[in-house]
Design a protein around this ligand. Structure first.
Ligand code: HEM
Length: 402
């Protein structure tokens, strides 16, 4: 049975919605299994079960190819179909398994967190107010993924800049104003050219040196690389950089805000650090980092009875899905003790996040240090500016002091 069309013109690119996406997107979730957004001519899906079913359905929906093709300038595995997707992903998969992250990369992650924290601590202990995003939360994952890729630490800043600017292409995807869309695209495309040119040089260097001991080298020397275009290989590196730092940086930022607002739970973890992994999991459910998991209808189909046409885009919205009252009791409450259930913060199905074990481990390491080193931190200004980056949402600045 097909359902009536429900339309909601939500401007996802507006600072207001990015400031508080929970209220308007909960309304989408409650309205219908799929809601049409006439501002951007795309579907929005916000129910937990609907999203999971859609992400598992590769027959009728494919990864948002145009969305990612635009961002990265060539087909990357996040936008590719199996078996191509899986063949490319398999080159890096072993590096992102939990034992590898918590074994081979443990020391590097912990050292990176400690080095960044040392600077923050020096300022805090001198009585200063410290801005955490630029000095700490955004830096840690950028350094970590650079180390894994084998990029010189001097170039990390450059990579972060390009990657942030490439994020503007994602912003343009939901921007209703054509003029603003063009502006965002222009900056994003320039950054994309720089990033992929740099990635190309690094790939070539690994080939010449026959060095496969980092993520770039693994791809450069993998047999599957012969079946991929040079543009695809370069774009794949850019995908890892972007996926690897902005997401986790935003999550760590949210951590400081959410625990400042829930001091009792921070204290409970201090008394029992075994709670750290479940606290991080609850943070991912609650915080709302990823704006959308984009899919495109391969054929005419329906979402929970709502007819969808071939070629239409579907924004799967994990933020309201992870607060779906049909799945969680009291879903808008942050509760590290709640019954553990899988969320869709890392997606679902074949494209689910390759970096999730890394993201978890980085966040867990930060939380452990936060508890031992600065449990009494205080946020000094609670008027956070979330900007317009709806795709990867987090405050631009977080000011803390002891
Ligand atoms: C809090 C941190 C993170 C969040 C919330 C997050 C979220 C997601 C989500 C929702 C997807 C699914 C996309 C889709 O189905 O279209 C995804 C995929 C992906 N993520 Fe993450 N991610 C995080 C950290 C990372 C890290 C650290 C990396 C590092 C390398 C990474 C790299 C990727 C890649 C390459 C994919 C594509 C996987 C595939 O298509 O098989 N992400 N991520």
């Amino acid at each position: 049975m097909s359902s009536a069309l429900v339309e909601m013109g939500i401007n996802m690119a507006s600072p207001e919605v990015n400031q508080d996406p929970f209220t308007p997107l909960a309304a989408v979730r409650e309205a219908a299994p799929a809601v049409w957004n006439p501002l951007i001519d795309q579907w929005m899906v916000a129910g937990f079960d609907d999203i999971r079913a859609l992400l598992a359905d590769e027959v009728h929906f494919k990864s948002g190819s145009k969305f990612f093709d635009d961002i990265f300038g060539a087909r990357v595995f996040i936008a590719d179909d199996d078996p191509r997707h899986n063949e490319t992903r398999a080159v890096w998969n072993p590096s992102f398994r939990r034992p590898t992250i918590q074994g081979q990369y443990r020391e590097m992650v912990e050292r990176t967190v400690d080095e960044c924290l040392a600077d923050v601590l020096a300022g805090l202990r001198a009585g200063e107010t410290v801005e955490l995003v630029s000095t700490f939360s955004a830096v840690i994952p950028a350094v970590v993924i650079s180390e894994m890729l084998g990029i010189s630490s001097e170039d990390t800043e450059l990579f972060v800049k390009w990657s942030n600017e490439m994020g503007l292409i994602a912003e343009s995807f939901v921007e209703p104003s054509a003029q603003r869309r063009d502006e965002l695209m222009a900056v994003g495309m320039e950054a994309q050219r720089s990033m992929t040119a740099y990635a190309g040089e690094e790939l070539e260097r690994r080939r010449q040196e026959e060095r496969g001991d980092d993520l770039i080298g693994m791809m450069a020397l993998a047999p599957v690389a012969d079946e991929r275009s040079e543009a695809e290989l370069r774009a794949g590196i850019a995908n890892l950089v972007m996926g690897g730092h902005e997401t986790t940086g935003k999550l760590i930022g949210h951590m400081f805000i959410v625990f400042d607002q829930h001091r009792d739970q921070l204290e409970a973890i201090r008394e029992d650090p075994e709670l750290i992994p479940q606290a991080v999991e609850e943070l991912i459910r609650y915080a709302g980092v990823i704006g959308a998991i984009v899919r495109e209808a391969r054929v005419d189909h329906d979402i929970g009875g709502v007819p969808v046409k071939q070629g239409q885009f579907v924004l799967n919205l994990p933020t309201p899905a992870n607060r779906d009252p049909r799945r969680w009791d009291d879903p808008d409450t942050f509760d590290i003790f709640r019954e553990r259930k899988q969320h869709v913060g890392f997606g679902y199905g074949t494209h689910s996040c390759i970096g999730q074990n890394l993201a978890r481990f980085e966040a867990q390491t930060v939380l452990a240090r936060l508890l031992t080193e600065i449990p009494d931190y205080r946020i000094t200004d609670e008027s956070f500016d979330y900007g317009t980056n709806w795709f990867l949402r987090g405050p631009k600045e977080i000011h803390v002091k002891l």
